[in-house]
Design a protein around this ligand. Sequence first.
Ligand code: EPZ
Length: 439
Amino acid sequence: MKRLYKYIIKGGKPLHGEVEISGAKNAAVAIIPAAMLVDGVCRIENLPQISDTEKLLRILELMGAQVRYVSPGTVDIDCSGVSLSDRIFRYTRSIRASYYLIGSMLGRFGKARTTMPGGCNFGVRPIDQHIKGMKALGATIDIGKGLIQAESPEGRLKGARIYLDKVSVGATINVMIAAATAKGMTIIENVAREPHIVDLANFLNSMGADIRGAGTDVIKVRGVERLHGGSYSLIPDQIEAGTFMTAVAAAGGEVRLNNVIPRHLECISAKLREMGVAITEGDDYIVVRRDCPLERTNVKTLPYPGFPTDMQPQICVVLCLAAGTSVITEGVWDNRYQYVNELKKMGAEITVSGKTAVVEGVRSLMGAPVAARDLRAGAAMVVAGLCAEGTTVIEDVIYIERGYQNIVGKLRALGADIAAVSEPDEPGRMHQSSQESAC
Ligand code: EPZ
């Protein structure tokens, strides 16, 4: 796997053509750890080839799992031989989704040993609701020196009624995984309803779990002794699709996005339509067209089915190009405006106050050297670079490659002038092909 260093984008080219959306990152990063509960071989299809999924598969391998790529995007995982191992810590520290190992290890072994998770920095990212859920299921938890150790004194978790004080994607998923093989019934209230939560429940059910209500406010999990092998295909990535939608909205052109679930995109489509972007929907595709000036609007991020926080930086770029004043309110994270200073380097006029950003539309953005501050902030820089006049150089693209499969190759196929430049140890070497750009 080649680590890339920066992207160079010569902006101002409208996008045209078709793009295949990959499997959902945030479903994949839940389902890979959950595979630990499966007795037998579990085949996962439509798996995005991104660094976060690579790391989670590596974690399973270090624990003794057999991981075999059947074809690009399809992997067989056999967790028959897994056991706890401290060798995973260098990976668990670097990704957010490693917190799902707490639920999956407790479900599999009745005990867990991992590190506090890493991931993008949006201010404080507590996991108190995960811990509350595990304790309710009977686990004792010890957190110290960056380690999380959990144990179920009876060797198997026990079903319980759990009310989440905060609508949390991660806590909902973690408790669902842990409860799948607990003894008896677990009822989780005030849960998140994101599409990947339903996908995880469908995955677990297809392997023999008994989970109902995913996609609503209350999830009921009747614990089963064990899960059996099977195969499962992940849903398409809502946020990757949304990012391409904003790229077309910002740069102009017409693009058909294949392998999407239009219903999952409604919250994004609605806002783009308000801004004058034309969107038509088919069964598993949408067509996005923008050939007229953009209109201002306001955006508030909320848990699903609200507008996704993971699309907030990208839609901000589009709002920068709309005539008039738009207001963004971040309703999920404390600090998700770190990208604003980068956008200002490109001529954006944005004022941030607490969770609100006021965006004054400008005629155009101008290319500049900028950095990807986190995954979606980096995606926003790509969108900005595509519509800006002149050249944009994006550093720290390793963040972007945590979540977007072959973004450079996909954009080049749509006519964008974007290239990925390799690490400084190979100065000047340009990676033009999609394969070289994939991470
Ligand atoms: C998931 O993070 C996603 N990550 C994030 O996507 C996404 O931004 C977020 O959900 C919201 O949609 C993964 O799925 C790996 P939360 P998660 O628990 O689960 C508070 C991306 O770009 N909270 O739903 O960590 C928390 O501080 C990433 O792909 C608690 O207070 O988010 C936040 O304000 C970035 N206590 C809110 O809840 C807890 O125990 C929502 O967080 C847990 C969360």
